[in-house]
Design a protein around this ligand. Structure first.
Ligand SMILES: Nc1ncnc2c1ncn2[C@@H]1O[C@H](COP(=O)(O)OP(=O)(O)O)[C@@H](O)[C@H]1O
Ligand SMILES: [Mg+2]
Length: 302
């Protein structure tokens, strides 16, 4: 089967990281015997009129059998779905994954283990945080606790808070943004697991360990090593991916008491180069295999 794919990434982000992801997917698509074009989201403009949803200048492009959406431009992903294109991951899954509060709500609703979390009430102003909410958070989690923004990556919007004074300063900074208070999982200090899920399988895994930080993110100095996950860890990562409706995802697990796994986050656009560097597994090939499988099942009417 010779399929044509589109790979869409964000045209506004600096650095090579994102085009890199797109090129790896493209190479996997070609390796599979198909073809694939890479587009920036800025090259595919979504246009609306009464009864009309389209992508401008679409006629100049070869129509795709599938799209790998390596971007968080959810409006564009949704527009592509609305005009009948098959987008991996779906706009809905990308949007839940992008928003950590929405992700934890989905996980909790599916009975999956997460750190206990208090969602900060929406605030439109900047300035003094609500003292009653702050007191409630301290009563629930005491110190140290985690404060985490709903939107963030590379560990940069996750804060380790040790005193009430620190909490007050951080909350004043965050006023107007969505964030949450969270129980600190002390047994996982500086370490976590990253399991890469494709469909019903964990295809590659690593453990990340930081020496001088509570965060295990590689961008925060965490060191990677290949890891063989337990059945429990695999099942949890797969269930978490399904809970947000994703086809594939990089799932981060924390080590709870007794080493039981706890979901930390689900990345719908997970890095594939780090995973390859660490394990020698190119998950792009698994992702393309999965997409081909999905499209064949679809044609067979399953
Ligand atoms: N509740 C928590 N308890 C302990 N460590 C945490 C907790 N939340 C996050 N971390 C640590 O911080 C890192 C970054 O948090 P995460 O929620 O994954 O945000 P990001 O999207 O920035 O990676 C995690 O990989 C983990 O090491
Ligand atoms: Mg993370």
């Amino acid at each position: 089967m010779q399929l044509h794919g589109w790979i869409i990434y964000n045209g506004s982000l600096p650095g090579k990281k994102f085009i890199d992801f797109a090129e790896w997917i493209q190479a996997a698509a070609i390796h599979k015997g198909g073809t694939a074009s890479i587009y920036k989201n800025t090259e595919l403009l979504a246009y609306l009129g009464e009864g009309n949803l389209e992508i401008l200048h679409l006629q100049h492009r070869k129509a795709p059998d599938y799209i790998v959406f390596a971007d968080k431009d959810i409006y564009l992903a949704k527009q592509l779905e609305k005009i009948g294109m098959r987008v991996f991951n779906s706009a809905e899954a990308i949007s839940i994954s992008d928003d950590k509060i929405a992700s934890y709500q989905q996980l909790a609703a599916n009975n999956l283990p997460i750190p206990k979390t208090l969602i900060a009430p929406k605030s439109f102003t900047q300035g003094e945080p609500d003292m009653d909410v702050m007191k409630q958070a301290i009563q629930l989690f005491s110190f140290p606790m985690i404060v985490k923004e709903a939107f963030g990556s590379f560990g940069q919007q996750v804060y380790f808070i040790q005193t009430e004074a620190e909490l007050r300063i951080k909350l004043a900074e965050l006023e107007g943004k969505p964030y949450m208070f969270q129980e600190f999982i002390a047994t996982s200090y500086g370490q976590d697991l990253r399991l890469h899920v494709v469909g019903d399988q964990v295809v590659a895994s690593m453990k990340r360990q930081a020496d001088n930080d509570f965060r295990a993110n590689v961008s925060a100095g965490g060191k990677m090593e290949a890891y063989t996950p337990t059945i429990d860890e695999q099942e949890l990562a797969i269930a978490a991916t399904k809970a947000i409706g994703a086809d594939f995802a990089g799932v981060d697990l924390l080590f709870g008491p007794d080493q039981t796994p706890i979901v930390c986050e689900i990345n719908s656009n997970a890095h594939i180069r780090n995973m390859f560097d660490c394990t020698g597994i190119n998950v792009a090939d698994d992702m393309i295999d999965y997409i081909y499988q999905q499209l064949t099942d679809f044609q067979k009417g399953e």
